[in-house]
Design a protein around this ligand. Structure first.
Ligand code: FRU
Length: 496
């Protein structure tokens, strides 16, 4: 069948150096470029891919369209690090030049097999603007870092019967001496599913069936993207990104959302019995997360700190999005909690401890924080409504508000000159038992804040695009309260 053509389906190999130089130059001076969050030098990034601690180094790949802030021909970009905070940019790892990946090297995960890193990904095929198919593909990275596509690609051609062309994002793992691949899929009746393939050698795969998730998704869920699986403290955890969920109370307010389920997986029997499932994150810009085992076998997560179909203010500079900071996952009372990886402490340059008591009203505690970590301990005393304003100036501010009467925490990003994404609302929230003390840890990086409440009980990711100078930190309360806090200046971790 004839393939679809459109200008955005073009690879790096077709670019000339002047064009790339122009793209690099255009975004280089942006005040919104993060200092320690992994982001593209130019073009659009989305999902983290192929995450691994391999051969003594952290490998992070990500979905990348080089030629501007649109979703076009996806490449795999590549950065690596010895310490999880200082990142080196490497040449693109996968450039989709083959017939079996004619419309992009889509997302996937990695697995170490016989001392090599196997990179699994989806070769996206488009026949028209609407019609598509998918091949599952393999590339192999050796100990020297050389990456080669497997000679007999694709390793899985097309999609199994009963599913549309939306089958993608392989996650491969080994269990009881066999290899399994999870794929996000869409059934022919337009509902979402996770399907499973199996293999003896991690190369030759056969279709096993659909995973019985035992979660009643509403019929509006039309696709599950980016399945992830791991074991944690003797439990099995699945993370996936459903499309088509409707907002419900505090949950699922983004266009696309992320869920996790903790329970028991019997992959041989294609069964997952959930003990608990819920939304993974409460912020605006969090999608397609992927996890991997760190240096000490801790479970680390990176996410795309972005959302599809929304125009971001940096689009006009021809770059878009970044990844979250690496987060370490834990289980507390059967629920998943996310904390900033302890490795991030290496970024701290200068630290300062302070404390303020506010009767009522607000106090600016710093005017110029753009690249910092902040740790707050609130002693709520009589306060009913209190909180923190980040990226604060006279005109602007990202407002995190704790509300004791409704036992909720809310994040509002409406107050910006460059407010964006309002079609999905400017407020995100989470229910929270607010006691006499509240702990908040925040990572601020020029155009992103990641907020961890009470050691990861509720986590919010928010991109904001402040005017120059909107970099203050303000505390506010309706009644007397005390807050002690530590400010850490953070170093640069990646070139802009
Ligand atoms: C998620 C996703 C994946 C796909 C990739 C394409 O954001 O849609 O399902 O593989 O992005 O860039």
């Amino acid at each position: 069948m004839e393939r679809y053509t459109e200008a955005k389906y073009r690879t790096l190999h077709e670019a000339n150096e002047n064009e790339l130089e122009r793209l690099r130059g255009k975004s280089a001076e942006s005040p919104w470029k993060p200092a320690y969050h992994i982001h593209p030098q130019y073009g659009l990034m989305n999902d983290p891919n192929g995450l691994a601690y391999f051969n003594g180094e952290f490998q992070v790949f990500y979905q990348w369209y080089p030629f501007g802030a649109i979703h076009g021909m996806k490449h795999w970009a590549h950065v690596k690090s010895a310490d999880l905070v200082n990142w080196e940019r490497l040449p693109a790892a996968l450039v989709p030049v083959e017939d079996y990946e004619s419309h992009g090297a889509y997302s996937g995960a990695s697995l170490e097999v016989d001392g090599k890193l196997y990179l699994y990904y989806t070769g996206n095929i488009k026949y028209s603007a609407e019609e598509r198919s998918a091949n599952q593909c393999l590339a192999i990275m050796d100990q020297e870092g050389k990456i080669q596509k497997y000679k007999n690609n694709p390793i899985i051609e097309g999609v199994p019967q009963g599913y549309t062309g939306h089958v993608r994002d392989p996650k491969v793992f080994e269990k009881n001496g066999r290899y399994y691949m999870l794929l996000g899929a869409q059934r022919e009746n337009m509902t979402g599913a996770i399907i499973v393939y199996e293999s003896d050698n991690a190369i030759d795969w056969s279709f096993k069936g659909e995973l019985n998730l035992q979660i009643d998704f509403p019929e509006s869920v039309y696709m599950l993207e980016c399945p992830d699986y791991f074991e944690l403290d003797g439990k099995d955890v699945l993370i996936f990104s459903p499309q088509g969920l409707k907002a419900e109370g505090h949950d699922y307010h983004n266009l696309y959302n992320v869920m996790y389920a903790v329970g028991h997986l019997d992959v041989e029997a294609l069964s997952f019995v959930p003990e608990h499932f819920q939304e993974l994150e409460k912020g605006f810009d969090f999608y397609a997360p992927q996890t991997f085992a760190g240096k000490h076998n801790e479970r680390l997560l990176f996410s795309w700190a972005g959302m599809g179909e929304i125009d971001y203010p940096s689009d006009k500079e021809d770059w878009a999005h970044c990844l979250s900071i690496p987060r370490e996952l834990g289980l507390v009372d059967g629920k998943l909690v996310q904390k900033p990886s302890v490795m991030l402490k290496q970024l701290r340059a200068k630290s300062e401890t302070n404390s303020v008591t506010i009767e009522a009203g607000s106090v600016m505690i710093d005017e110029g924080i753009g690249q910092h970590e902040l740790e707050f301990n609130f002693d709520t005393e009589n306060a009913d409504v209190f909180g923190i304003e980040l990226f604060a100036s006279e005109k602007e501010g990202l407002v995190l508000e704790f509300d004791c009467s409704s036992q909720a925490v809310r994040l509002n990003r409406e107050k910006f000159e460059w407010a964006f994404g309002g079609e999905y609302g400017f407020v995100r929230s989470s229910g929270l038992k607010i006691g006499t003390s509240v702990k908040v840890q925040v990572f601020v990086d020029h155009s992103i804040a990641e907020i961890f409440v009470n050691d990861g009980e509720a986590v919010f990711t928010a991109r904001v695009f402040p005017e120059n100078g909107s970099n203050g930190v303000k505390l506010f309360t309706d009644q007397k309260m005390t807050c002690s806090y530590v400010k850490h200046e953070l170093k640069q971790g990646i070139t802009r």
